[in-house]
Design a binder for this molecule. Structure first.
Ligand SMILES: [Zn+2]
Length: 171
């Protein structure tokens, strides 16, 4: 997926829609590619422009090293016309190397931490709002608790009596 109007990194002209003159790059994590190559992840460029780039051989070497952390046998090559290309696609297989799994695990843990923090902040705010409503006599604790428990006030009273707001757990 790419936009044909997007400029080619090398010549600055629109990519166009001639598939044969385009080559795309997988997203590879910057811990593996390094900052310099990171910008190529998830992009498309003109195959001819890149093939004529004076640093193409070095790029192929560095990108292949990173690519091998993600795929078995998927490598960039120069084909017989001197154009940058991928090797035989029937042998590619996804390969979550230990390095990639480690990156993914750390990202997942981080996401969970952020989610838990947001949840905690939200709970505190809800409790503060409830306490404020009660202190302003806009509601009594049984009113708000019955909303939280999806019950009408009378059912709530029968079930819990005057359960204190500080004892609510939202999870
Ligand atoms: Zn170009």
């Amino acid at each position: 997926m790419y936009d044909p109007e997007t400029s080619c990194y090398f010549c600055d002209k629109p990519l166009g829609d001639l598939d044969d003159d385009l080559i795309g790059f997988d997203y590879l994590h910057k811990e593996i590619t390094g900052e310099k190559l990171y910008g190529f992840g998830d992009t498309v460029v003109h195959r001819s422009c890149m093939s004529n780039w004076d640093k193409v051989d070095l790029f192929i070497e560095m990108w292949n090293k990173a690519l091998s952390e993600y795929f078995l046998n998927k490598q960039l090559i120069k084909n017989k016309n001197g154009m940058i290309d991928y090797n035989q696609s029937e042998y590619w297989a996804i390969n979550w190397s230990e390095k990639v799994q480690d990156i993914n695990n750390r990202a997942r843990i981080k996401r969970e931490e952020v989610k838990n923090q947001k949840q905690e902040i939200l709970e505190l705010k809800i409790k503060e709002a409830i306490n404020r409503a009660i202190s302003l006599n806009l509601a009594n604790s049984q009113n708000v608790m019955s909303v939280l428990y999806n019950m009408d006030v009378n059912t709530y009273k029968q079930k819990f009596g005057d359960l204190n707001i500080s004892r609510i757990h939202f999870k």
